[in-house]
Design a protein around this ligand. Sequence first.
Ligand SMILES: Nc1ncnc2c1ncn2[C@@H]1O[C@H](COP(=O)(O)OP(=O)(O)O)[C@@H](O)[C@H]1O
Ligand SMILES: [Mg+2]
Length: 235
Amino acid sequence: MVRIYPGLLSKVGLTPLHRNMSFENFVINKRNKKVYEISKEYSSNPEGFLYLYGKPGCGKTHLTVSILKSLHPVRYPKNVLAEKERQLRDMIEYYEMIKGMKEEAERNREFFENGQWQFRPAKALFLKSFHYTTEISSYAGYEAKSKMDYINSLMNYDCIALDDFGMENFTDSVKHYFYMLIDEFYTGRKPMIITSNRSIVEINKIIPGIASRLAEGMIIHLDDIDHRINKERNQ
Ligand SMILES: Nc1ncnc2c1ncn2[C@@H]1O[C@H](COP(=O)(O)OP(=O)(O)O)[C@@H](O)[C@H]1O
Ligand SMILES: [Mg+2]
């Protein structure tokens, strides 16, 4: 399987802090093994909600960033594939007809046969939960359309991660903004990873409509030690 990493960190919303977070350097132990496996599986085929919760430092962001970095390439839709195939075949035929272009024809034939042209890199976005609320509340109240435009733009990604959900004050409007987002992704069957320090039972007490939708996906408790504090100690 071809793996294409997102080229620029900032393009997917990642910062230098996330540079070294990947599946390769995630240290597996008894407490996180299952979650690690589920995360790997999810990166090969992200579907629905993946709700990862646990105490600070247990590796939620590390796993989320790892998933985004190793999302598998996405196959173009059928109609696009048919057009691409036609163009490639025409090109090969054209080069074959022209003297001195045999090498070019061969190169294109190899490219055609290895099949990579059928895929594009996955588009991912890492979104801090409070960046989301700041952004969406920046549209004035009466501009409901702009709020929906923003949410729709988030739905263009193959996978988005909402990091640190539940750290904010759940005022009525904040609750509403999250409900809009989660409900759109739920209705559109779009994948989303959500990390939180709060269990789904807690979320259910605050915004039951969200908890109920999330519960249709995977709810995972990551019950590992605080790696941040451990790192400090070992230095
Ligand atoms: N299993 C692990 N192996 C290696 N580093 C880890 C592991 N879990 C967490 N870390 C590191 O510990 C720090 C805190 O992890 P992070 O994922 O940010 O925690 P949080 O659960 O608060 O999001 C980060 O530097 C992260 O890379
Ligand atoms: Mg985190």
